[in-house]
Write a protein that binds this ligand. Structure first.
Ligand SMILES: CC(C)(COP(=O)(O)OP(=O)(O)OC[C@H]1O[C@@H](n2cnc3c(N)ncnc32)[C@H](O)[C@@H]1OP(=O)(O)O)[C@@H](O)C(=O)NCCC(=O)NCCS
Length: 174
């Protein structure tokens, strides 16, 4: 089996939507991705493709955030969602997608990548609640983690604010 990671393209839209609808119990994640794209807040969507079968094995999305530390704006994104089709799980597909995404964000000079999720899953990539703690956010807590993207370089000890794209708030409100 050969899995290729690449940037998502227009023809991937239907398969991505179907993957998100089957991977999560509710349609929230599929709606989130649609809204982020329409709002112009999507920064990067990567897909994992099974080259032999031609199937979509997984996807990960990163969206623009507004963040500041000590009053100074910093380039920050949110990782959400990540999903891997059931037949392709436990083979490192999500790990490959997230690593590829972080590599791309590093090249794009993103400073912090936030994620809201299971620490047990995300800490293996270097995400930690400690990096998010100094930022006020409606999602603040142990499940709000961040990863310093530029080789660990990040504002230290300064308080700031981290605002997710508005699509997140709209979903939370529904
Ligand atoms: C979570 C998900 C993306 C993992 O995809 P994957 O390709 O199987 O992941 P990888 O093979 O790279 O890594 C698998 C590891 O993640 C762990 N893992 C998966 N889901 C986890 C969770 N919710 N909490 C903690 N660990 C988790 C597995 O136990 C496995 O760990 P191990 O290798 O030490 O046994 C996939 O299970 C999925 O799409 N789930 C439904 C959607 C979802 O929950 N997305 C993430 C929201 S936090």
């Amino acid at each position: 089996m050969t899995i290729t990671i690449r940037t998502a393209l227009g023809p991937d839209v239907v398969a991505i939507d179907a993957l998100l609808r089957t991977s999560f119990p509710r349609a929230d994640e599929a709606d989130l991705v649609r809204r982020l794209c329409i709002d112009g807040d999507m920064v990067l969507v990567l897909v994992a493709v099974d080259e032999e079968a031609g199937d979509l094995a997984g996807m990960v999305a990163f969206s623009r955030m507004q963040a500041d530390a000590g009053g100074k704006e910093i380039a920050a994104v949110a990782l959400a969602p990540v999903a891997v089709a059931a037949a392709y799980r436990r083979q490192g597909v999500a790990e490959a997608l997230i690593h590829a995404g972080i590599e791309r964000l590093e090249a794009e000079r993103v400073v912090l990548c936030f994620v809201l999720g299971e620490p047990g899953f995300y800490e293996r990539f270097g995400f930690h609640a400690d990096y998010a703690r100094n930022f006020t956010s409606p999602y603040a807590g142990e499940q709000l983690m961040a990863l310093p993207v530029q080789g660990g370089l990040m504002p230290c000890g300064v308080r700031g604010e981290a605002r997710h794209a508005s699509a997140f708030a709209r979903l939370a409100a529904e």
